[in-house]
Design a protein around this ligand. Structure first.
Ligand SMILES: *Cc1c(COP(=O)(O)O)cnc(C)c1O
Length: 394
């Protein structure tokens, strides 16, 4: 992983300096990112996402300090932008012409967009059943997309062959060290989000972080950010409890956590509608398991049915259409509130890692009323039905 001379930086890289910066992107933390000069960053304003207070439902209704870090505000609609901004910046500095990666969802679109911006060619291997919105996003950005009958790890094998044959730059999760660097800025931002009030308020971290875990880049990145901030003297040794949330039918990390293992085995027949969580084997498994245990966190799996219910409930509570991966996190928080593992006074952060708008295929609109005013079938008929619609919400 990337390392910085934090001791040397501590004097000039301070929270007050960062606060005073004009840069409205994650590149305000440039000292701890892979860039020499800020002008060289391949950036579209990623990061600096809002931390939004929400009112919970059910067992979460009594929670007073429940927050959503809303990553759907990122370019390309997900936090994959953070990682790709850093990775493509570094690839460009190294003189890379072509990048390649496997993706089952948001990573492909983000890589394609940042590559386009940097003037690079981009190849994306995607499972055949990847949602159209993700495929289209990458192709419109100019990437060459290849569909594969298989899962993300099958795509990964093809990527490795392409890298060997053509010498392209491999953007696979944790194959290059810079996507983690981009995503770790979520940890830095949270420390500013929770700082004591006032211009120079001391930085602080929440008590619990719920993270929808696939390859684990974000979890591993935030954990690294906390260590760096401690070395910089910005925070003390306390850490949020890290909660890894996965889907019931693709939960390698949850299973390894429960079995007390330090590495995870490949999860057989992995499937979930939350495409960001469809990662049956993650090479950073041991790093995630370490962060979960060292923080006295936990790991739990949510069924597709519950995570879809969570998606709707969370979208309404937040007022923004969240991704199903976030729905899993919401439902996990509900469950841990029921069990008393989290308590109402604690500061709790739930990650919405991307926009729900790319997942329209999961939300059939059902039996909507259709009116045909031209045929006299208009307001009066609907007016009869409106009462029923009102009462269904009460
Ligand atoms: C990729 C992705 C995840 C998983 O993130 P990792 O850091 O790789 O574990 C979660 N949610 C969404 C929307 C994603 O695109």
């Amino acid at each position: 992983m990337a390392e910085y001379r934090l001791q040397d930086l501590a004097e000039r890289f301070t929270p007050a300096r960062v606060r005073a910066r004009r840069e409205r992107s994650l590149w305000r933390f440039a000292e701890v990112l892979p860039v020499e000069r800020l002008e060289d960053a391949v950036s579209m304003g990623e990061g600096m996402t809002p931390l939004v207070g929400v009112r919970g439902r059910g067992p979460l209704a009594v929670f007073r300090r429940l927050f959503v870090k809303d990553e759907s505000f990122n370019p390309t609609g997900s936090f994959k932008a953070r990682g790709m901004s850093a990775a493509i910046t570094r690839a460009k500095a190294l003189g890379t012409r072509t990048v390649v990666l496997p993706s089952a969802g948001n990573a492909g679109g983000a890589a394609a967009s940042y590559a386009a911006r940097a003037g690079m060619d981009c190849f994306v291997f995607m499972p055949e059943d990847t949602p159209t919105s993700n495929v289209v996003e990458a192709t419109v950005a100019g990437a060459c997309v290849v569909l594969v009958k298989g899962l993300i790890n099958d795509c990964g094998k093809l990527v490795r062959q392409a890298v060997e044959r053509f010498g392209w730059f491999d953007l696979s999760t944790l194959k290059e060290p810079f996507r983690v660097e981009g995503k770790k800025t979520m940890g830095y931002e949270l420390a500013f989000d929770f700082a004591e009030p006032g211009e120079n308020g001391r930085l602080a971290l929440p008590d619990v972080i719920f993270y929808p875990t696939g390859g684990g880049t974000g979890l591993i990145g935030m954990w690294k950010a906390f260590d760096e901030m401690q070395q910089l003297g910005w925070i003390d040794a306390r850490r949020p409890r890290m909660v890894a949330v996965q889907a019931e039918n693709c939960a390698p990390i949850v299973r390894a956590y429960q079995l007390g293992q330090s590495h995870a085995e490949v999860f057989p027949n992995a499937s979930t509608v939350a495409s960001g969580l469809r990662v049956p084997a993650a090479i950073g498994d041991f790093l995630m398991l370490h962060a979960i245990r060292a923080s006295q966190g936990t790991a739990l799996a949510i069924s597709d049915r519950d995570l879809m219910a969570g998606t709707t409930e969370m979208s309404q509570a937040l007022g923004n259409f969240v991704c199903p991966e976030a729905g899993a996190v919401w439902w996990a928080a509900r469950r841990l509130a029921e069990e008393g593992w989290i308590t109402p006074g604690e500061r709790i952060v739930l990650f919405n890692t991307g926009t729900g708008l790319k997942y329209g295929h999961l939300f059939p609109t059902g039996n909507l009323t259709v009116l045909d005013p031209a045929k006299g079938d208009g307001f009066e008929r609907w007016a009869h039905e409106v009462a029923a619609c009102h009462s269904s919400k009460a």
